[in-house]
Write a protein that binds this ligand. Structure first.
Ligand SMILES: *Cc1c(COP(=O)(O)O)cnc(C)c1O
Length: 373
């Protein structure tokens, strides 16, 4: 099965991890700082605080801005549930804003959702395609809101030559196995704000500060969200190859873009010239006449070894959200969910694999009977 995304582990990753295993500190050693500094240099930001997942990093970011009961955050429904779950865990109410047909939040629809309770906007760079961060930042400045960008898909992405991570108050990255780079599980907050950074470090480790000798103090209610040295060794090794990974993904994506131009079955999502996508996903959007056959298409592709996936069921459709926040309909998010399939595109694939994926996909779709609308 060719997965829609997967990690690429090479000998240098294995060597780095083995070396770290022989060190004095399996966790809390110097590799944590080294990985954070390397990430900060790569991103062009002042501070990075790594954690054991992007979910943890989101939770900490929301805690840092004091998100709580009575507050609202505006976010996208087209995301992994953690983006809003962690805000709900803080007691806040998620307000879902509709998207555009590239999968990113529709920045023109945000302002109408802002209320006196709104505390933050939390958009997602869908598939690694950088969102219009400047417009959203301007809205946040105008309404005095925090901007927390969930860039779990977008490490290494750029907009107008500016790396994703430089603009928001805090930007969240994921190092889950199939994300742009991996530390097995892992995540980070990138920020230029020293106060946010200090709070992140505190919350990551129980809210405890060391004093003298054995004495310590616990000053805020924190968690254990630390990332181990062994994981950071892996992260440092992977980060060295990130640009190479992204280049490979973009080569495959370019081939797909050309190969699929004007095909009768689906659309692809063009990436504007001023952007560099990290290409966590390569989404295709089925023609409306094929929406009724999506299950059949999904199954047929899996039988033929193409590990396609669907990103995402709109978060408000989950029963937990319906129960707690009521029913909602956002037309573009729902059409996108009906149309979308993520096809294999990752750094472990060869161009022959990409040709095979394209051939198999087009052959399979030719056998599917569409519906009349
Ligand atoms: C993967 C993902 C997360 C969660 O990442 P973890 O590191 O697995 O906690 C959050 N948001 C988005 C958009 C993701 O894709």
């Amino acid at each position: 099965m060719i997965a829609y995304s997967r990690q690429l582990i090479e000998q240098e990753d294995i060597d780095a991890v083995v070396e770290a295993l022989k060190g004095d500190f399996l966790t809390g050693g110097k590799l944590v700082n080294e990985f954070e500094e390397a990430l900060a240099r790569y991103l062009g930001v002042k501070y990075v605080c790594v954690m054991n997942s992007a979910t943890s990093a989101l939770h900490v970011a929301y805690q840092i801005i004091g998100l709580g009961v009575g507050d609202e955050i505006i976010t996208t429904p087209l995301t992994f549930a953690a983006t809003s779950n962690t805000a709900v865990q803080c007691g806040a109410k998620p307000i879902f804003c509709d998207i555009k047909f590239d999968g990113n939040i529709d920045e023109r629809k945000i302002e109408a959702l802002i209320t006196p309770q709104t505390k933050a906007i939390a958009p997602v760079d869908f598939g690694g395609n950088p969102l219009p961060i400047k417009a959203i930042k301007a809205l946040c400045d105008k309404h005095k809101l925090f901007l927390i960008e969930d860039a779990s898909h977008a490490l290494g992405g750029e907009l107008d030559g500016v790396k994703v991570g430089q603009t928001a108050d805090m930007t969240i990255f994921s190092f889950h196995a199939i994300k742009p780079i991996t530390t097995f599980e892992g995540g980070a907050i990138a920020t230029n704000n020293s106060d946010f950074y200090e709070k992140a470090k505190l919350l990551r480790s129980h809210g405890i500060v060391k004093k003298e000798l054995w004495n310590s103090d616990m000053v805020v209610l924190g968690e254990n969200y630390r990332l181990s040295d062994v994981a950071c060794a892996m992260g440092l090794s992977q980060l060295g190859r990130l640009d190479n990974f992204i280049q490979k993904r973009n080569e495959i994506a370019k081939y797909y873009d050309e190969r699929f131009a004007n095909n009768p079955y689906f659309f692809t999502i063009p990436i504007e010239k001023n952007k560099k996508s990290a290409r966590h996903l390569y989404p295709i959007l089925l023609d409306r006449t094929l929406w009724c056959s999506k299950e059949e298409i999904f199954k047929a592709l899996h039988v033929k070894g193409l590990g396609v996936q669907v990103h995402y069921k709109p978060v408000y459709q989950f029963s937990y959200y319906k129960e707690h926040f009521g029913e909602q309909r956002l037309p573009t998010a729902e059409d996108f969910y009906r149309a979308e399939l993520s096809i294999p595109c990752h750094q472990g694939m060869s161009m022959e694999d990409a040709v095979h994926v394209a051939d198999t996909l087009l052959e399979t779709l030719a056998t599917i009977k569409g519906c009349t609308l």
